[in-house]
Design a protein around this ligand. Sequence first.
Ligand SMILES: Cc1cc2nc3c(=O)[nH]c(=O)nc-3n(C[C@H](O)[C@H](O)[C@H](O)COP(=O)(O)OP(=O)(O)OC[C@H]3O[C@@H](n4cnc5c(N)ncnc54)[C@H](O)[C@@H]3O)c2cc1C
Length: 412
Amino acid sequence: MAADIAVIGGGWSGMAAAWRLQRAGHMVSLYDEQDRLGGRSASVQLGDRMLTAGGKNIGRKYSAFRSFAAELGCTDWEFFGINSTRSDGGRDRTIDSTRKLSSLFHLLKDIPARDLGRGLRVVRAVRTRDENRFLGGPGLTAMAAKHGDPTLAEYFGPTLRKKLIRSLTVRMNGAEDDEVHLECFGTHLGMVMDTFEQLSSGFGELFEQFGKYVSFRGGTRVTDLEALRGQHDAVVVALPAHAAASLLDPAAQGLAEELRGVRYFPAAVILAEYDRPAFGARERAFVQPAGSPLSNIGAYGVSDRHIVRYTFSGRAHRAAERSDEELIELAEAQLGKQTGRVGARRIAMVVKRWEHAYCGYSRHHSARLARIDRAVNSLDKLELTGDYRRGASIEACFRAGYENADKLLRVL
Ligand SMILES: Cc1cc2nc3c(=O)[nH]c(=O)nc-3n(C[C@H](O)[C@H](O)[C@H](O)COP(=O)(O)OP(=O)(O)OC[C@H]3O[C@@H](n4cnc5c(N)ncnc54)[C@H](O)[C@@H]3O)c2cc1C
């Protein structure tokens, strides 16, 4: 018999859970406090276009997400790449996703043998076993257990950190390398070792098609979980850990405490449109040095090089409050310096800030997840999913959403 199920959270984790449950023949209501789908990938308006300020790039290895998009008829993939240019001893070096080996050679040439060995072991684990691209992967969990799950700053020496690790952690989840633990590093590497694309028409069509199958109750903030459980046969909480904790407290205080132990890092993104391309054909992004509140300057797409995405994250961003005007002034000065293209006129801009932009996980994260699972198992017909389960990438959110929906399906 079809059950009546509520899913709380209309981001990718909740959409994945809702999709799985709806496909299994159940009636799903998807609640979100925002009036639109997408959560941290929701559309924002820039001029006359709807664009994505948050998560938008989709790896070729995002198999769960891609089959979901294909089922909804969205297959217009456009190559994006992750070509990043960074300043190395006064010379700009580009990590080119189509020429990974030569890019890597320049990056790795002065790295001490111990760090090379450690780095290669992690890379091999991620390359050879798909699960190691996600939280709880056996290779990374075993490596971390052996060393007491150190931070990457404790595990790797300064040269490798400066050349590679920090720019990777800041780019992938707004964290410094002394804020990311070894056990979770597979999630970062899994992303950087992928090749990125985006839907050329954006996520709008995908959200519209999805809305034809699942009843979306946008603009509804859930504040009383027990009341909602009384109205539905089962509930899936698909929220970031801090938001799930607020809903579960005080009824499940221990579980809420575990969820509060999961770290998040803030970010701000400015999308700015100019009257001419700000990027050349080869560069796609300029990684910014440590110490700058600006972490990345990227083109919106290969055919949207006149739209620039400025990302502010990392410790220097967190250190001081800055107004939108201060942020754009700083960003445009840096763009002019790095590209040498000055004089482009800005036509439109939109600023988006998240206090909890990226999930940064926790030390011995898999042990925390096991404790969370044990606590959830004692709550009848309730499941918890989200970016803290498998990782912050859109694919990881999808996989977690499916896994937790499957767990609920077994009970139902
Ligand atoms: C700037 C940025 C760039 C990124 N880039 C990429 C990328 O290129 N590729 C990639 O793979 N990943 C990327 N990510 C990561 C990815 O976008 C996120 O990890 C992912 O979108 C999180 O999805 P989620 O469903 O778990 O959470 P969310 O998207 O946060 O969804 C949770 C939803 O719950 C709602 N909600 C909260 N509380 C309540 C309540 N009490 N009642 C009702 N609703 C509630 C919120 O409104 C929200 O819509 C990026 C993230 C950011 C911030």
